[in-house]
Write a protein that binds this ligand. Structure first.
Ligand code: DON
Length: 568
């Protein structure tokens, strides 16, 4: 009797939930939860590699580095050793730091390198082949971080990646299909075609994918550390490959590459502390600017998805992207008004300009700061170790499979990150992003990024660890996941699942996911003056939320992608 009553009450609870107008489908899903640690990445195998390191006693940094190397093997779409990225770290002693291992323009790069003789932008050169590659930073970044903040030896964290490359792993449907989709591009580069085809035929789901050349490159790194990649045999192969295709990277560029540890950009949002990536990523500055503007509103639970809510989000996005376009670039080359852009006072002045209509993009001008003298396809993984250490890393080759060029004999793909520079004022890059002098091409300069690896702290302890790929949409994806948690009390699973919108000032239109805008919301927005781009998927967030009351760690990998949250 007792059993049947409680069963009945469970069923009626479910029915109430199902028929309540407040019910959102995503709320039925419970995030993966664990007590000791969590790794969330776009590859289930790579997440498992990270968790194994935690189980062996490694900290979040050890696990992140192991996951990073594993992704270069199991997620060739974006995981890499031939690209770059950013890591935001919170240590259990309270220290926050970031590691910038962004690619750099080669020493021989020059401002107009992607313009034809008539001065027109030639995106083919910035997007594909050896000319599109910046000097890779991932290996140096991972090794630097491990040495400074990890507890394990390089061989312990790189070994799983070596084994996966050597012995292979069965291809999942997504990965096999992605190889097939790009086979046409790979065909232009013999080493790429050899790597991503099964003796000339497309790989099929379930077939074992082995990467012997990548395994030997990883072994060189295991034996020699940085020098195994930036000097000697592998560096020679890389430079040979670049030069045979008319690219610019030299041996000196490789030898001179150094990751940079930078102070995070920080802000607050409704009492939570936001720790994110400073330039050369625009992500953290734009995220904090948008949050500061939006903090001036009080959102109630029912506001989510309403035209009023979307209007406010979009206006905040537009102002932040206008500032991104004008001001942001590589801090080693340009002076930027970071304190001003991330101040509550500046956000308040933007808030005061926002009324009940869409401000046309041409009426939005980047902010003016009198005291400031102007000198002018990716993947994310989140790691928490249960001890208080958190790592939020976004890494990229830029487009899917980067430049499409695999280094012959070394088995890894090179990035096409040069397209993230502003090749010509007023001409958008592949993400439709405009840029100014601040992001012009100069030798040895880092190209501006939108990657936004972020850690949100509550009472000084990690609360949310999140990031996403998606080019310019990364910033607005991270914004919406954070707001879903803080303003709308969603768990990390719901916060990531919910449909999203995006606006980047130019083009002057809102992009939106399926189900993000109901017809009446869309009509209201049209009445306010908004225009719409096409429906599309926005981002692939990988997030962790920590309940510091009972120590439970929740993880969620974006249902839009192939990844997994793995906890223990
Ligand atoms: O650094 C950036 O902002 C871009 N290279 C990121 C590229 C990206 O997210 C591609 N994925 N969809």
């Amino acid at each position: 009797m007792h059993i049947s009553i409680s069963f009945k009450s469970i069923i009626s609870g479910i029915l109430i939930l199902l028929f309540s107008s407040r019910f959102v489908f995503a709320s039925a899903k419970i995030p993966v939860h664990a007590k000791h640690g969590m790794v969330v990445s776009a590859s289930t195998i790579a997440s498992k590699v990270g968790v194994e390191i935690l189980k062996k006693g490694g900290n979040a940094i050890d696990a992140a580095v192991a996951t990073g190397f594993a992704l270069a093997v199991t997620y060739p779409f974006a995981g890499n050793i031939g690209g770059g990225g950013f890591m935001v770290i919170h240590l259990k002693n309270g220290i926050n730091t970031t590691i910038d291992f962004r690619e750099k323009a080669p020493g021989k790069a020059y401002k107009n390198m992607f313009l034809d003789k008539n001065g027109n932008f030639e995106p083919k050169l910035s997007l594909e082949g050896a000319t599109s590659s910046g000097v890779p930073g991932s290996v140096a970044g991972l090794i630097y971080t491990l040495k400074k903040y990890g507890t394990m030896k390089l061989k312990d964290v790189i070994q799983p990646a070596i084994e996966l490359a050597e012995n292979g792993f069965p291809l999942d449907k997504n990965t096999a299909e992605s190889f097939k989709e790009y086979l046409h591009d790979f065909r232009k580069y013999p080493a790429s075609f050899k790597k991503f085809s099964n003796n000339g035929e497309p790989y099929k789901e379930g077939e074992i994918f082995k990467q012997p050349e990548l395994a030997s490159t990883l072994k060189e790194i295991e034996d020699k550390g940085d020098d195994g990649f930036y000097k000697g045999k592998i560096a020679d192969l890389l430079v040979q490959q670049i030069h045979s295709l008319g690219g610019y990277i030299s041996k000196e560029d490789l030898q001179n590459y150094k990751p940079v540890e930078r102070k995070p950009v920080t802000g607050t949002y409704r009492g939570y502390e936001i720790v994110s990536m400073p330039p050369p990523s625009s992500g953290g500055v734009a995220l904090i600017e948008m949050l500061n503007i939006l903090e001036n509103y009080n959102f109630k639970q029912d506001d989510w998805g309403s035209s009023e809510y979307i209007h406010k989000l979009v206006e905040a996005m537009k102002f932040a992207f206008a500032d991104r376009t004008k001001y942001l670039g590589d801090p080693d080359f340009v002076k930027m008004p970071i304190a001003e852009l991330t101040s509550k006072k500046y956000a308040r002045s933007i808030f005061e300009k926002i009324t009940n209509r869409a401000i046309p993009a041409h009426e939005i001008l980047p902010g003016k700061f009198p005291e400031f003298h102007e000198s002018m396809e990716t993947t994310h993984y989140s790691v928490y170790d249960g001890e208080g250490n958190a790592v939020s890393t976004t890494t990229t080759l830029n487009s899917a499979f980067g430049s499409k060029v695999v280094v012959a004999g070394a088995g890894f793909l090179l990035n096409n990150e040069m397209d993230d520079f502003s090749a010509k004022p007023g001409v958008p890059n592949q993400f439709g992003l405009m840029g100014s002098e601040a992001n012009s091409i100069q030798p040895n300069k880092r190209m501006l990024s939108s990657m936004t690896p972020t850690i949100v702290l509550k009472d000084g302890k990690p609360y949310i660890i999140v990031g996403s790929p998606g080019g310019s949409t990364i910033i607005t994806v991270v914004l919406q996941v954070i707001m879903n948690c803080i303003d709308f009390n969603m768990n990390i699973r719901q916060a990531i699942d919910m449909p999203r919108i995006h606006d980047q000032w130019l083009p002057d239109e809102i992009y939106y996911e399926r189900f993000a805008l109901s017809p009446d919301v869309k009509n209201n927005l049209i009445k306010m003056g908004y225009k719409f781009g096409h429906e599309r998927t926005l981002g692939l967030a990988e997030g962790i939320m920590v309940d510091n009351n009972d120590g439970t760690i929740y993880g969620a990998s974006d249902p839009r992608g192939p990844g997994s949250a793995v906890g223990y």
